[in-house]
Design a binder for this molecule. Structure first.
Ligand SMILES: Cc1cc2nc3c(=O)[nH]c(=O)nc-3n(C[C@H](O)[C@H](O)[C@H](O)COP(=O)(O)OP(=O)(O)OC[C@H]3O[C@@H](n4cnc5c(N)ncnc54)[C@H](O)[C@@H]3O)c2cc1C
Length: 98
């Protein structure tokens, strides 16, 4: 690795920057647009859940993982909140007698 080629997406100008290392920063924007007309979100697109639960503003809709966590965003916390959402969903269905 000795350089990166970059394109300015405003001017389309391509230039080369000499570097000795390169770190890709991805995964910082939640892919939640399809829910924006239904679910409460913060200004950056993270789905808001009732603290301590996976419940959203719509009964029976639960959110888990990075899409509702702008603080930790780790595999293990995502898995843990997935477990919470599964239990919340199971209890929701149980309360409905389903
Ligand atoms: C570069 C990088 C390095 C990381 N390193 C670590 C690490 O070392 N340790 C660690 O614990 N965590 C790490 N993480 C974080 C970890 O990857 C995430 O916290 C974890 O993957 C979140 O799990 P998730 O299921 O919430 O979301 P994701 O793993 O992002 O899963 C979401 C899934 O939903 C799918 N999807 C999105 N939109 C739609 C749609 N409209 N319809 C259907 N499917 C859809 C996506 O394709 C994806 O499969 C890293 C993340 C990144 C980006």
């Amino acid at each position: 690795m000795n350089a990166v080629k970059v394109r300015n997406n405003q001017t389309q100008e391509v230039s080369e920057i000499p570097v000795g290392g390169f770190f890709v920063a991805i995964g910082h924007q939640p892919n939640s647009d399809i829910f924006k007309d239904f679910l409460d979100m913060d200004e950056t697109g993270y789905i808001q859940t009732i603290p301590g639960t996976s419940k959203t503003n719509i009964a029976g809709v639960f959110a888990a993982g990075d899409v509702q966590d702008k603080i930790y965003r780790q595999a293990v916390t995502a898995a843990g909140s997935g477990c919470m959402a599964a239990l919340d969903a199971e209890r929701y269905l149980g309360e409905k007698g389903l």
